[in-house]
Design a protein around this ligand. Structure first.
Ligand code: TPP
Length: 666
């Protein structure tokens, strides 16, 4: 058992205990340097699994870095995909690639995505990042190996918060039912998750007893004692009964760096320069790593990425007077976190006793925790339910049925995506539930594709009777949330972004659910938002507009910038239709745009069609045939990268809208 040559079956290298401890120490250092270079990422959980990752890849598992698809390899699935830095460091140490390569962590189009992608990096057994799915994947692999009389093992690494996912328990049942003795699950039990201690968020204990009751062998180990890790994993490897085996590893989140240890705040945070330097000191890293040289790898890669991005950028709006500026000579724009607009509304309205926000272990980040931040007395009304999106959607339905107004929110991929069927069931009952599609779009950035909701509008708009709102900025998110929490009874979906986005509306800008706004460029001003006039679409009078850009969400700001460029550079009169409500759709405004202009472009930070198909259908059904184009994600999954890099690469910028109009119009 160890790194082998798949051609001869001979052991190439099997590290001893002292060597493993040394490798784990270096792996921690590499990860922290890569996290620093990335500027974001999951330090805590990566450090807690590092000793186990070192033991698995460098001692316990059979595999051949020169032949990653070797059929006799032991399979290792990192179900806890956010611990990717530890996986990458282990693969590097094993020889899949020079370990310094992991400095490209989370960078644009890198093989080292924020969450592991099997098609981008050899050695990654399966893509992960959506928690709770890896054990099912492992059951599938174990079934296949058994079927083929292949006696390789399947390892699956999970977090303890991850045990809250119902799917994990479905897989546990299936594994026992099928006597999958070739399956070894490892739970990184560091007792923390994002929202705090696992026992406080949604207790999963007693874990060992639960696994045993489900028909598994259950072992425990100290996940930071290399002695214990090797002895326990060897035992798990060699147990000869018909049961699958779980190893519960007692670990410390952030292990190895004093200020990160056992701190929930270090879950999704990268060290800064000083913190990195202190961490490396504590790890006793002196001359054995060329830190500057490693950082240079990150910088060189970033240079290449910069060239790639420049190549894919449009001619307009990136390096000219039309670019976004916060200070200087051109029109200035203020940016604010869109999600904070939701938090503000929830905080202001939280005294309404019927409102029951539901925590899905991402509460601070999506601003739902603002409900009780300044109102500790509300904390008991906030129900923490853990990483269990499907059940939470069902719980919301029950609460609504009893007259409450539950607010269920997480990343849009995990609310609208993972819990789609559960949501569908309560929409069928017209339950009064507010669903949040937070962190939507590619602008989530370095987390990568698994965390970027780009299909949610198809699902949510496809549900009969659902109400769907996609506000464009902080102010509009606040207004939309206020409306949905106070005036709209029924099932409703509010989609908003994570990043700071340009504030392009004002406190007194109208927001009427189901009635679009029309935004018109009137001439350059000091402040970007003052250069536009906004009216309710029903009150707008045509200003000889030639072009209409119909947009929703933060890309409305890009549409406005495009209208500015179109007027100043080409003399086109453009109306921007802010279609904040996607369901029910303001058909009248769309038809009016088709009647009064010659060219219609839709713009959305979503797979093309979530908005665009609906607009096209309205126009065609009404019998109009304007020049028509769509801006959006062109049938691709997302990527890691900075929000700006991704917006440029996915062609979601003002310049792309301008280019499209120039291509199809005149
Ligand atoms: C389905 C799903 N829901 C939510 C998330 C966001 N998320 C990433 S890590 C994490 C906490 C994981 O906690 P735990 O399993 O205990 O891992 P650890 O604390 O060891 O990092 C959450 C909620 C996700 N990646 N997938």
């Amino acid at each position: 058992m160890a790194i082998k040559d798949s051609k001869t079956g001979e052991i190439v290298k099997k590290f001893g205990l002292k060597e493993l401890e040394e490798k784990a120490r270096l792996m921690r250092a590499y990860q922290l340097i890569a996290l620093y270079a990335a500027g974001s990422g999951h330090s805590g959980g990566s450090l807690s699994i590092t000793d186990i990752a070192a033991a698995l890849y460098l001692n316990i598992a059979d595999h051949d870095p020169n032949n990653p698809d070797w059929e006799k390899r032991d399979r290792i699935i990192f179900s806890a995909g956010h611990k990717a830095p530890a996986l990458y460091a282990a693969l590097g140490m094993s020889g899949y690639f020079p370990v310094g390569e992991i400095m490209k962590l989370r960078k644009f189009k890198s093989s080292f995505q924020g969450h592991p992608h099997s098609l981008k990096l050899k050695g990654v057994e399966m893509s992960t990042g959506s928690l709770g799915q890896g054990l099912s994947n492992a059951v599938g692999k174990a079934l296949a190996l058994k079927e083929d009389n292949n006696d390789s093992k399947v390892f699956c690494i999970m977090g303890d918060g991850e045990q809250q996912e119902g799917q994990v328990w479905e897989a546990i049942t299936q594994a026992a039912h099928h006597d999958l003795a070739n399956l070894i699950a490892i739970v990184d039990k560091n007792d923390l998750q994002i929202d705090g201690r696992v026992k406080d968020v949604s207790d999963i204990n007693p874990l060992k007893e639960k696994y045993r009751a489900f028909g598994w062998n259950a072992l425990q180990m100290d996940g930071h004692s290399m002695d214990d890790i090797i002895a326990t994993l060897e035992r798990a490897y060699s147990i000869r009964n018909r049961k699958p085996t779980v190893v519960i590893a007692h670990t410390i989140k952030g292990k190895g760096v004093s200020f990160m240890e056992d701190e929930a705040g270090w879950h999704g945070k990268a060290p800064n320069k000083e913190q990195l330097s202190q961490a490396l000191d504590e790890l006793g890293i002196k001359d054995e790593l060329d830190v500057e040289g490693l950082l240079q790898i990150a910088e060189d890669y970033q240079q290449v990425a910069g060239v790639l991005i420049n190549e894919s950028s449009s001619g307009f709006g990136e390096n000219d007077k039309y670019k976004w500026v916060k200070e200087g000579a051109s029109m200035l724009v203020e940016t604010k976190k869109t999600r904070a607009g939701f938090g503000k509304a929830l905080s202001e309205l939280g005294d309404n006793e019927t409102i029951v926000p539901l925590g899905a272990d991402i509460s601070g980040s999506i601003s739902i925790a603002d409900f009780y931040k300044d109102h500790p007395e509300r904390k008991k009304r906030f129900k923490s339910l853990g990483i269990a999106e499907q059940s939470i959607a069902g719980v919301a339905a029950g609460l609504a049925n009893e007259g409450k107004l539950p607010v269920f929110g997480t990343y849009g991929v995990f609310s609208a995506g993972r819990a789609l069927d559960q949501i569908r069931m309560f929409v069928y009952d017209n339950a009064n539930v507010l669903v949040l599609g937070a962190h939507a779009g590619v602008s989530v950035g370095p987390d990568g594709a698994t965390h970027q909701a780009l299909e949610d509008l198809f699902a949510m708009c496809g549900l009969p009777g659902m109400n769907v709102v996609v506000p464009c900025d902080y102010e509009e998110t606040k207004k939309a949330a206020t409306y949905l929490l106070t005036a709209k009874i029924g099932s409703k979906y509010l989609r908003y972004a994570r990043e700071s986005t340009p504030v392009v509306t004002k406190e007194n800008t109208p927001f009427v659910f189901g009635n679009a706004n029309i935004i018109k460029y009137i001439g350059e001003q000091q402040e970007f938002k003052d250069a536009f006039e906004t009216k309710l679409a029903s009150e707008y009078e045509n200003k000889k507009d030639e072009v209409a850009i119909i947009a929703c969400g933060p890309i409305v700001a890009e549409a406005m910038r495009a209208a500015w460029i179109l007027k100043e550079e080409f003399g086109y009169e453009t109306r921007v239709v802010n279609m904040h409500t996607l369901k029910p759709l303001d058909e009248e405004t769309i038809i009016k745009a088709a009647q009064e202009t010659n060219c219609i472009i839709t713009a959305e930070e979503h797979q093309i069609g979530g908005l665009g198909n609906q607009i096209a259908a309205v126009i065609l059904k009404a019998g109009y045939n304007p020049k028509f184009g769509m801006i959006g994600v062109e049938d691709r999954f997302g990527e890691s990268g900075s929000p700006d890099e991704l917006a440029i690469d996915f062609k979601l910028r003002a310049g792309n809208i301008v280019d499209k109009i120039n291509k199809i119009y005149k």
